[in-house]
Design a protein around this ligand. Structure first.
Ligand SMILES: Cc1cc2nc3c(=O)[nH]c(=O)nc-3n(C[C@H](O)[C@H](O)[C@H](O)COP(=O)(O)OP(=O)(O)OC[C@H]3O[C@@H](n4cnc5c(N)ncnc54)[C@H](O)[C@@H]3O)c2cc1C
Length: 561
């Protein structure tokens, strides 16, 4: 179905824009994300990208026209499509006529999996007017709520409290005791209460949106058909398989020992291990290293890559490594594990060229693999065990969508939310694309780490970039809080000042990065950012100062003379 291209609202104050140049002509093929036209506002000239692919069917407004924001300027669709019937607004706002009057078990959309991708897809499809079923084999909320984002954050808050108690004497807050005891039964119980309140909330949201919940294993059993527990058969217009992921395993002798845990079991330990070897220094491994070190466990991280958090900006992971090492976490990088054997009261982990490590337990955190069960015998195209999807979240089989961890594009809950929404829009006949740039990544260590956009290494071949940095040791809020480790790094393009990447290690990084992501999505330049006013004293002033440093104009950094 054709969709409307509108004059975008490219800034808070923008009311109209001038069409400078059409980069595509009527009849041209357009890919999603491809520049379609150039516009000029009172502030900037910019390119407008196509939100979805197709043929540029009709140009309604010509070069030189001044057009109010949100007014339709063109249509994109399939060749030969009749646009006289197309709405003069983006399709998202159109009413959907449900086809679900066929039978009690017919749904416009059937969703398999109730994690962040699946439950959001179900709610969105229902909001768009569809009759929706959701099949979940466990508890709604998926990995994120039950054994991922939320349980780890509950424990990381405990780690932060312990850290604060240990440093409070320096600030004149004296505890008249040397001892600190962790009651793991209580810690697990607290974490479970948080999880339960959130999963109950999701269950309520689904019900209040009239999503019909089926409890059991859902599998595609035919074209547009899903069977629950091999028994109840549901028919659907479209199917969304949001089966998520599970912990990856490696084939190493001895790895199947019950003393080698995954994050699922580690988050339910009722006794703190005396020592723990964490196999894998990625996000999950490093967050859990932070938790168990604070609980008093002797933690060693073994990482095969040359540094921990290998996907993050190098300088950021170096800074975090120093802090973690100083806290007593032993980091062994460039080291691989060869085998595991059980000993009296623990494990011996044999490393290649680095001898053996003894520990009470080990935690295997070497990544996640998609859970394909929901596809049943259906075999959509995949790559390295991950379902291939296009920007509409559609698999190689028409009408079957696969948002979230199952496609391996970005294994993050907030990416899964957006992918789920995108899949639902398309399943309901609209056109929406998932854009994978400007999605932040966060690591909730102490201090936190967060990143969006290109790293310094990814821009190393470009000569036209500037890098601005601002240390938290020069930020007044961070100094007052006593949390002044780390910095903000802004990477920008020299010519236009476009922000290409922001990397933060320091207090509140996981909150701060969202400001950077919004700025990048809105294409705000370093000139504009450094001209804004941020509340004082706040950590976020460091972002503004780092942008100003790109231009050599940071006020709170020493001058060159
Ligand atoms: C320890 C840990 C910490 C994490 N921390 C963060 C974090 O801080 N921030 C972040 O963004 N991400 C984090 N993640 C990643 C995040 O949890 C995932 O990216 C997110 O949950 C993916 O959502 P999803 O809906 O694709 O899959 P999932 O959350 O895995 O949900 C899939 C759901 O589908 C169900 N299911 C699967 N197959 C079937 C079937 N055949 N029938 C019925 N039901 C089925 C499963 O039971 C599950 O409920 C963390 C992950 C882990 C393991």
């Amino acid at each position: 179905m054709a969709y409307a291209v509108i004059m975008p609202k490219a800034g808070m104050a923008m009311e109209e824009g001038t069409i400078m140049k059409w980069l595509k002509q009527e009849g041209d093929k357009v890919e999603a994300g491809e520049p379609l036209l150039e516009i000029h506002t009172d502030k900037v000239s910019m390119e407008v990208e196509a939100e979805a692919g197709g043929i540029l069917l009709k140009i309604l407004r010509q070069e030189g026209d001044v057009v109010p924001v949100t007014q339709t300027i063109a249509y994109i669709g399939e060749t030969g499509e009749d646009i006289s019937a197309a709405p003069a607004v983006p399709l998202k706002e159109k009413e959907y006529a449900s086809k679900a009057d066929k039978s009690d078990t017919f749904y416009d959309v059937i969703v398999i999996g109730g994690g962040p991708a699946g439950y959001v897809a179900a709610i969105k499809a229902s909001q768009l007017g569809g009759r929706v079923a959701l099949v979940e084999k466990d508890t709604v909320g998926g990995t994120c709520l039950n054994r991922g984002c939320i349980p780890t954050k509950a424990y990381l808050r405990n780690a932060e409290l312990i850290d604060n108690l240990k440093t409070s004497a320096d600030r004149g807050i004296i505890l008249d005791t040397e001892s600190l005891r962790i009651d793991m039964e209580k810690a697990v119980d607290y974490k479970n209460r948080v999880v339960s309140s959130l999963t109950t909330g999701v269950d309520g949201l689904l019900r209040s949106n009239n999503v019909r919940l089926y409890s059991g294993i859902g599998k595609i059993s035919g074209e547009k058909q899903v069977t629950v527990n091999g028994d109840v058969v549901l028919d659907g217009g479209s199917i969304i398989v949001a089966g998520g992921s599970k912990a990856a395993r490696i084939s190493i002798p001895g790895i199947e020992s019950p003393l080698v845990l995954t994050s699922d079991e580690a988050l339910n330990l009722k006794k703190i291990p005396e020592s723990l070897v964490i196999i894998g220094g990625g996000v999950i491994g490093i967050e859990l290293a932070t938790v168990f070190q604070a609980y008093g466990t002797q933690v060693t991280v073994v990482e095969i890559a040359g540094r921990i958090l290998p996907g993050m900006d190098e300088e950021i992971s170096e800074t975090l490594s120093k802090v973690l090492s100083r806290k007593g976490i032993k980091l062994m990088t460039g080291v691989s594990l060869e085998s595991v054997s059980e000993l009296e009261g623990g494990l011996s982990l044999e490393l290649q060229d680095h001898g053996a490590l003894k520990a009470s337990m080990a935690l295997l955190s070497v990544g996640r693999v998609p859970d394909m069960e929901g596809f049943g015998n259906m075999k959509p195209e995949s790559h390295r065990g991950r379902i291939k999807v296009n920007e509409y979240m559609e698999t190689s089989i028409k009408g079957i969508y696969a948002p979230g961890d199952i496609n391996g594009m970005k294994m993050l809950a907030h990416a899964a939310f957006k992918m789920g929404e995108t899949a639902a829009e398309n399943a309901m006949g609209n056109k929406a694309v998932f854009k994978s740039n400007n999605i932040p990544s966060c690591v909730y260590t102490i201090p936190e780490v967060a990143s969006v956009g290109l790293t310094e290494a990814e821009t190393k071949d470009r000569k036209d970039i500037c890098i601005g940095k601002f240390p938290f040791s020069s930020n007044s809020r961070a100094l007052a809080a006593g949390e002044y480790e780390g910095f903000v790094k802004v990477i920008a393009d020299n010519k236009y000042g476009e922000i290409l990447g922001v990397h933060i290690v320091g207090p509140g990084a996981a909150e701060l990065i969202n400001e950077a992501a919004v700025l990048m999505e809105m294409e705000i330049t370093v000139h504009e950012l450094s001209g804004t006013v941020h509340g004082h004293p706040t950590y976020s002033e460091a972002i503004m100062e780092a942008a100003a440093d790109c231009l050599g104009r940071s006020i709170h950094l020493p001058g060159n003379s």
